[in-house]
Write a protein of this length. Structure first.
Lengths: 327, 773, 159
């Protein structure tokens, strides 16, 4: 790891100003930044430690929704009683991510900035070609070991999977990223790779995530995050689904449905086609399974990740049926 | 430097619920808690690279990024001018070493050995190293070393068209009867191919060392499964006498076969220390643990079983292949279980080894037996399904009453008992035979069984037992404890023989200055070392009693006793007459500050040369079929899996294993090792696979986030049942091997359970979800 | 840049002064600079849990924490867990009794994680213990023994 200067920010403004300097990066939990610095992927000149800022770690939940400070730890949000009861998918996405230690370190804001686990991205010494690291250098993953790579939202420049679980739940429930005064929908915060996979987030130098807002909804209250992976724990998703449902008064007809996929796409993947196909329908297994196939419309595999195209709709269907059951 | 000491402590040491009768916890066979435990749970145990030495510098390796070719040039300018850098080693300036004798004792060629390579034969080969004042400086400078290559096409793995059929290993050929003809005419025939991928030891403590020269004396702190063997390697590399090298390894953070040798990076650190004249620490990074030494070779087997309609095997035809490196030889004996598990009148097993561009593979828990069992124990399950016989019944029907290969009786084989005890505890009789016949909601449930075995490897060990004037007893040996419990069982052995409480025994291991020991591998150490300590302690006790009887100043001198007994550190006549004194009082009265005796398990009349060979090579180890018996440990695993029918994910939900390791020196610790092997087997079956990028010949999942080993959440309760009886033909005290046995047969038991759950037979490990979806 | 800066670390109730570069992790500061080697390095990338320590009472990974970040916070390592007179913490004693380790290398991290797991209220059932201890890999395979030890210690801590 190259050496860097360490600055401890004592205000949000100071943090923003410092972060706007060339070569400066914000340091929160460190679970991505320090890891990638050791890999030689990030080489900050200055790290700006924001973990000592006050007032950015609160979680407030009311009838309008939840407001989660950017420095709230994943673990404290996962265990928050109001988040558990009103946004179960958010809590479940959080506690199934990483490990207890990492969740104690990682912040909500930092979690949104988590980088891909693509092994080619993470190993610059052996794989110099990576459009995400060095625009125009090529993609080492295409044609390589692709078992974990994305099947949705890929481009010729990049097939790296967005690895997070939380953001999958956030896009399902229309959460808003607060960058100080500027607000942006989570779905718009994450960018498709297209020809510029180095640009992952709609955030400018000097901007800093300050909070995440999640609007209250009946679908969020009746929601789940289902994560499927090889190992029972401490692993990224092979496929994950955040799902929430609201029924009409009859308790059977779907009034509102939210579906987002994780672990299979280059960004948290809202599956609106599934939602639209099922709204107004009865929640029945065959209907749900058929509609869930719409989740992977347009999917493209790269060999070893072909199973994700089979798996993802099944995860979506199971999740929908699960939230449907738990009336 | 501190000499490592361990004193036993009272823990749950008075429970006495040993498996073989009401044994005191601290006696041999008792459930004494680990005597090295307190140091490990308080952080006091210092592992190799944790020594704090004045002037310590830090070395970091630079590895090749191509799998085949040649280093064209290395630009070290930027690294050399980086802050704190002391030395940049490349093939151009690295010291020329002698090639060392290999572990088999093969005399080395008269050729130099360079641990930094110009000719590249695998990705991840050491090509340079940077030594700096601090670890951080060395890491940063190593990233500045620029290596350019002339790349050539690599043979990436066994399936590479360039790989060919490989080299026949005639020594692996085992044949009797006419296997091909018998197979061709058998009423029932099955034939299938079984593959296992590259697997890695991944001990939680990465490899590494601190090397320190003082004149021509080299001290190395390095985790080691074989102090004397590694000391020999260093001595030969540098052309110094064996006695000039001291290996220190009181604690080893897991080895699983990977820490028995000094590797290339070991040489690099020792060279750097010599060139700089100061101690050098080289800690291998986690990614480097996948290429700095080898894991288990990828293997392929075909197993053909011919049987009659009742499932009685008439012929086994077995062909195996394992990969090795371009310039090294590793044979993973794939027919080792195939040839002994079942009675068959006709048998043929042959094996080839294929060279690919990889680091030379190495030993990983039960090398040979592990993949071998995956083949034969899957195949017999397929036969059971083919003829419609219960998988347990078909194993009993083909039970080998003697070793089918060498035609000798088993020393002990409690496998039938293992099947019975395991089946009973598991509830096997409630199994419904049809695949997909058991389910719980979305989860298909499957029950599988498989057997395992491991040979009893016997070698040599020495120990000194010293009875001190304060009444304590010291045991010294250059053997090691990497978690198997050596400290504890040797304390128990000495305590029982001498007649002192185990808490009064101090066991010192892990220093090549101590009496010698051979390799800790192949589950041989416990049997060897309890034997050596038993003999040394017996000799020390004899001396003590002899002094007490004959020394004119002894309080027993007038008693004219033939013998005396020592109990709880006090000496008395067995008849109860005469005095009773403590060891301290006796040694005081006869004017001695200690009594010392050496014991070993070597043949009588061994020469100095024999002794050196016995401890620094495996050339003289005894075959498990030497003499009148065939000696092996045995086990049977009964495993339940739950397979999500939509997702293809497999979780192990229940394990019952019954194991025959002969007499257990400490059941508490043996059970832990068995479970550990079973757990590693669960990971092997479901998770573990080194994945090669075929364009680059490089393992890309070279870390613990991508090379998945089982977590706590993957492991259910595991019931282990000891069915062993003392085996006097296997060791002095009646034990057989423990450490390797548990893993053997786990993967096929899981594959068999997955078949029962899903109707799908997976013959390629690991059983990942895409194979079932 | 590349200059050492003085920092103060509060470790196991003792104040330590050291001069380190900003890039030095808490793990390397403990092991290489302070000689507190009970905290282990297994992967250096947050993938194994061997370096688990407590910062302000929360279990975290020292390998992904800069030493400078820990300034002003209370760090507890395995060396600081037992009482001053050597009396073992209930979790340490349970690990010994249940034989919840073999090689011992992951053990300090397991124990620090287990202490926090119990304190967090995540030791309510065997399955919960398994999940909340999953961030500590053990290659020797002591997992069932670790679960038994955490279960036992949780009861003792509660009583």
């Amino acid at each position: 790891m190259r050496d860097f200067s360490y600055l401890r920010a004592n205000s949000i403004d100071a943090a923003r100003q410092a972060a706007a300097l060339p070569g400066a990066m914000l340091l929160a939990g460190g679970t991505t930044l320090i890891d990638l610095a050791k890999c030689g992927v990030t080489e900050p000149d200055t790290v700006v430690d924001i973990t000592h800022l006050k007032g950015l770690d609160t979680v407030t939940v009311d009838d309008q929704g939840a407001m989660i400070g950017a420095l709230a730890r994943m673990s404290s949000v996962a265990d928050d009683a109001d988040i558990k009861s009103r946004f179960p998918a958010v809590s479940e996405a959080l506690w199934q991510a990483a490990s207890a230690q990492l969740r104690n370190m990682a912040t909500i804001g930092g979690n949104l900035m988590q980088r891909t686990r693509c092994p080619y991205f993470r190993d610059p010494a052996n794989f110099p070609a990576c459009n995400k690291r060095s625009p125009g250098s090529g993609c080492s993953a295409i044609g390589g070991v692709t078992r974990g790579h994305a099947v949705l939202g890929t481009s010729e420049a990049c097939i790296a999977t967005y690895p997070g679980d939380l953001a999958t739940a956030l896009v399902a429930f229309d959460a808003i990223v607060h960058l100080g005064d500027r607000q942006i929908a989570t779905d718009d915060f994450f960018l498709l790779p297209d020809a510029t996979p180095d640009r992952e987030h709609a955030i400018a130098p000097g901007e800093m995530i300050t909070a995440i807002g999640i609007p209250a909804s009946a679908a969020a209250r009746r929601s789940t995050y289902l994560k499927v992976r090889d190992r029972q724990s401490y692993e990224f998703a092979a496929a994950g689904a955040a799902v929430g449902v609201e029924f009409e008064a009859d308790g059977r007809t779907i009034k509102d449905l939210r579906v987002a996929l994780g672990g299979v796409a280059t960004k948290p993947w809202r599956a609106r086609a599934v939602e639209e196909a099922l709204k107004g329908k009865l929640l029945e297994p065959d209907t749900v399974r058929r509609a869930s196939l719409l989740a992977i419309e347009g999917a493209v595999d790269h060999g070893a990740n072909q199973y994700k195209i089979e798996l993802a709709p099944r995860v979506v269907a199971r999740a929908i049926l699960k939230v449907g059951e738990t009336a | 430097m501190t000499v490592h000491e361990i004193r036993t402590r009272h823990c749950d040491s008075k429970r006495g619920d040993a498996s073989d009768g009401a044994v005191l916890a601290e006696a041999v066979g008792g459930r004494l808690s680990r005597v090295d435990g307190p140091a490990k749970i308080t952080g006091a145990a210092k592992y190799a690279v944790e020594q704090q030495l004045d002037g310590l510098s830090h070395a970091v390796l630079v590895e090749s990024t191509i799998a085949a070719g040649r280093v064209r040039s290395i630009d070290t300018a930027a690294a050399e001018s980086a802050p704190g850098v002391l030395l940049v080693l490349t093939p151009d300036n690295v010291l020329r070493l002698n090639t060392a004798t290999d572990w088999l004792g093969t005399p080395p060629p008269d050729a130099p050995y360079y641990p930094l390579a110009r000719d590249i034969t695998f990705s991840g080969q050491h090509v340079a190293a940077v030594v700096a004042e601090s670890f951080e400086q060395a890491v940063a400078a190593a990233a500045l070393v620029k290596v350019s290559y002339d790349e050539m096409a690599a043979i990436v793995d066994l399936s590479d068209p360039k790989a060919g059929d490989g080299i026949p290993i005639d020594a692996m050929t085992k044949e009797w009867g006419d296997a091909q003809a018998a197979f061709a005419s058998a009423p029932v025939r099955i034939c299938a191919a079984y593959n296992t991928p590259r697997e890695y030891q991944t001990p939680l403590e990465p490899h590494g060392l601190i090397a320190h020269w003082e004149g021509d004396q080299l001290t190395v702190w390095e985790p080691s499964q074989w102090l004397d063997g590694m000391a020999r390697t260093y001595a030969e590399w540098f052309g110094v006498p064996f006695e000039n090298v001291r290996l220190i390894s009181p604690y080893i953070g897991g080895g699983f076969g990977s820490k028995a040798f000094a590797y290339g990076y070991s040489a690099v650190a020792a060279i750097a220390a010599k060139m700089l004249g100061r101690p050098v620490k080289l800690a291998v990074t986690r990614p480097q643990t996948f290429t700095a030494y080898g894991g288990r070779a990828a293997t392929r087997q075909t197993v053909a079983l011919g049987a009659d309609a009742e499932g009685r095997i008439q012929s086994i035809v077995h062909r195996g292949v394992n990969e090795t490196s371009v310039d090294g030889m590793w044979v993973e004996p794939l027919g080792s279980v195939t040839s002994i598990m079942y009675a068959t009148p006709n048998f043929s097993s042959r094996q080839n080894v294929v060279r690919v561009n990889t680091v030379v593979p190495g030993a990983l828990r039960a090398p040979g037996e592990n993949p071998s069992a995956f083949g034969i124990e899957s195949a017999i399950d397929e036969l059971a399904d083919e003829v419609g016989i219960d998988p347990l019944e078909i194993r009993l029907r083909n039970y080998a009453e003697q070793d089918p290969e060498v035609k000798k009786p088993w020393s002990t084989r409690q496998l039938r008992e293992a099947y019975a005890a395991g089946a009973e505890a598991f509830g096997w009789s409630k199994r419904t035979p049809e695949p997909r016949s058991m389910r719980d909601g979305n989860q298909l449930i499957g029950w599988g069984v498989a057997a395992g075995t491991y040979p009893v490897r016997r070698a040599y060990g020495e120990a000194v037992v010293r009875i001190l004037a304060d009444g304590s007893v010291e045991v010294e040996s250059s053997s090691i404890d990497m978690g198997q419990g050596t400290y504890t069982i040797l304390a128990q052995t000495a305590a029982e023989v001498v007649g002192v409480p185990a808490e009064n025994v101090v066991v010192k291991l892990g220093d090549s200055r101590y009496p010698r020991a051979g390799v800790t591998g192949g589950s041989r150490l416990a049997g060897v070392m309890t034997g050596a300590v038993y003999k040394a302690a017996t000799a020390a006790l004899d001396q003590l009693v002899g002094l007490a009887i004959s020394d004119p100043n002894s309080p027993f001198h007038a008693l004219q006793a033939n013998t005396l007994v020592v109990t709880k550190g006090r000496i008395a006549s067995p008849r109860g007459d005469g005095p009773e004194v403590s060891i301290t009082e006796l040694l005081g009265s006869v004017g001695r500050d200690h009594i010392e005796a050496m014991g070993d398990t070597m043949p009588a009349n061994s020469t100095v040369e024999d002794r050196y060979k016995n401890y620094t090579t495996i050339a003289t180890a005894l075959s498990h079929t030497e003499g009148d018996y065939s000696r092996h440990s045995w086990c049977a695993h009964f495993i339940e899996v739950r397979v999500d029918e939509d997702f293809g994910t497999v979780r192990v939900s229940r394990v019952v294993s019954a194991l025959d390791s002969g007499r257990l020196y400490n059941p508490k610790l043996a059970e832990s090792q068995w479970r550990g092997g079973i757990i590693m087997g669960i990971g092997q079956a479901l998770l573990e696979e080194g994945i090669v990028d075929r364009r680059h010949g490089r393992i890309v999942n070279n870390n613990l986030a991508d090379y998945l080993i089982a977590t706590n959440a993957d492991i259910p309760d595991i019931e282990v049942i000891s069915v062993g009886i003392p085996d006097p033909h296997s060791s002095v005290l009646g034990g057989k091997g423990v450490g390797e046995l548990g893993i053997v047969g786990v993967a096929p038991a899981i594959a068999n359970a997955v078949f029962h759950a899903t109707g799908k037979r997976v013959r390629d490990l690991p059983i990942t979800l895409e194979k079932l979806i | 840049m590349t200059s050492k800066t003085p920092i103060h670390l509060d470790i196991n109730g003792h104040r330590h002064e050291l001069e380190v570069e900003p890039r030095v992790t808490l793990l390397d500061a403990l092991r290489d600079h302070l000689g507190l080697t009970g905290t282990k390095k297994g992967c250096d990338h947050g993938q194994c849990g061997a370096c688990t320590v407590h910062v302000d009472g929360q279990r975290v990974l020292a390998c992904l924490t800069l030493a400078a970040q820990a300034e002003g916070r209370a760090v507890t390592t395995i060396e600081g867990l037992a009482e001053g007179d050597g009396t073992l913490h209930a979790v340490q004693a349970a690990f010994l009794e249940q034989d919840a380790f073999q090689c011992g290398y992951c053990t300090p991290g397991q124990i620090m994680s287990a202490v926090a797991c119990i304190r967090e209220g995540h030791a309510g059932s065997d399955d919960e213990i398994r999940e909340y201890m999953a961030g500590n890999l053990c290659r020797c395979g002591a997992y069932p023994h670790i679960v038994a030890a955490v279960r036992q210690a949780a009861l003792e801590v509660a009583s």
